[in-house]
Design a protein around this ligand. Structure first.
Ligand code: PMP
Length: 387
């Protein structure tokens, strides 16, 4: 018998706690704060009349020209000068993360990330063997001086940052921090990988100009997505990059899936170029702001004496730190029995010894009465566990 031989990287393949928890949350009656799914109530309708027959044919790896042009124009308006030839349409921004991993990471490659950071990016970087250099987040972003010393000491392949309404922490880097990080990128020539799927979900006024727009000469990669504003099931995202890096991504994309679904690209372009799109974004923000505020009030009533948090100015999550350092995975097991779910904080830290006592709460998908009921129950269960 010839035994099946896996590649050595399969030893580093980890399961997703998010996917496992999401499977449990499908149960009827479950109040789930676990996932990060947009609400179907404010999703655009999936009308597919008049799809050109020609889209049934294979397309270009780079993506549909009209969509690429639209994105380049938008990025340029946001301060990141970019030509359509620098935009690659991807199957969600998650594919951009996979392509970045493939392009830069070998076993032992140092990579800078925030602590905490996006779970599925950690998984992807880990699969390829990254050595993580972690930078704790404050409300202003990461500490630029500390980060500079990491760059000089470890010479990382790239720094993966989510400066706007970060997942899971909700942090939005302020302008001063964006400027000082950009200045260091320019000075050191470090590569920025900026991931920004939440930028349109803004509830308060903040600086959310892409960090890569502040760069003068450092290389950059920007990952964007229509999953939070359009239809995530279509899987339409994009990667824009400095001119020198771009052709490599096109070749990697070719060997991954030839190109992203042309019909999804067509629909997305129709949708984002329609006259109603700006009003749609306003409706989304108003809808999610309302839910954020309801969760904020419920937290004040039921978590005030057991936890600390900052109100997120955008995005989809509250990031909660309990006053006591308990394993929130144990709390999850118990609250699932009561039909409430959340994401424990541990897997968002790429450290060997992650800090305890964190949880991520999503507010986009539950109804207001569920938010109030679920937060009250969660507060009660946590109180029982920690006292
Ligand atoms: N980056 C971050 C920070 C995310 O939170 C997500 C998922 N919500 C993604 C990338 C992937 O999004 P998508 O593939 O749907 O564009």
């Amino acid at each position: 018998m010839n035994p099946i031989k896996f590649s050595s990287r399969i030893n580093r393949l980890t399961g997703s706690l998010i996917r496992e928890t999401l499977a449990l949350t499908q149960k009827p009656g479950m109040i789930s704060f676990a996932g990060g799914l947009p609400s179907e109530e404010v999703m655009p309708r999936l009308a597919m009349q008049n799809v050109p027959q020609s889209l049934g044919q294979y397309g270009m790896t780079e993506g549909e020209p009209e969509l690429r042009a639209f994105i380049a124009h938008r990025l340029t308006a946001l301060g990141r000068r970019c030509k359509p030839e620098q935009v690659l349409i991807t199957s969600g921004s998650q594919q951009g993360i996979d392509l970045v991993s493939k392009l830069f990471i070998d076993p032992g490659t140092p990579v800078v990330i925030e602590a905490p950071s996006y779970l599925a990016a950690i998984q992807s970087f880990r699969l390829f063997g990254a050595d993580f250099i972690l930078h704790p987040l404050s409300q202003e972003g990461i500490d630029s001086e500390q980060w500079l010393s990491s760059i000089l000491r470890y010479q990382p392949a790239f720094s993966y940052l989510i400066p706007t309404f970060q997942n899971p922490s909700g942090v939005c880097y302020n302008r001063t921090e964006r400027e000082s990080l950009a200045e260091i990128f320019d000075r050191t020539g470090g590569l920025l990988v900026e991931d920004e799927p939440y930028r349109e979900l803004a509830y308060d006024v903040v600086d959310r100009h892409p960090l890569c727009g502040y760069l003068q000469k450092a290389p950059w990669i920007y990952l964007g997505s229509f999953s939070k504003t359009g239809l995530p099931g279509l899987r339409i995202g994009y990667l824009a990059a400095s001119e020198d890096l771009f052709p490599l991504f096109v070749r990697l994309k070719q060997s991954a899936d030839l190109h992203t679904s042309r019909i999804g690209q067509w629909w997305t372009h129709q949708f984002i170029s329609s006259a109603d799109y700006p009003a749609h974004l306003d409706r989304l923000s108003a809808y999610y702001r309302h839910k954020r505020d309801i969760m904020g009030e419920a937290l004040k009533s039921h978590f005030g004496d057991i936890a600390r948090w900052d109100t997120p100015k955008g995005g989809l999550f509250f990031w909660i730190r309990l006053n006591q350092s308990v394993d929130t995975r144990e709390i999850l097991k118990r609250v699932l029995e009561k039909n409430v779910a959340f994401m424990p904080g541990k897997p968002f830290f790429a450290a060997d010894d992650p800090p305890q006592g964190f949880l991520r709460l999503n507010f986009s998908r539950s109804f207001p009465f569920e938010i109030e009921k679920g937060i009250a129950l969660l507060g009660q269960m946590i109180r029982q566990q920690v006292q």
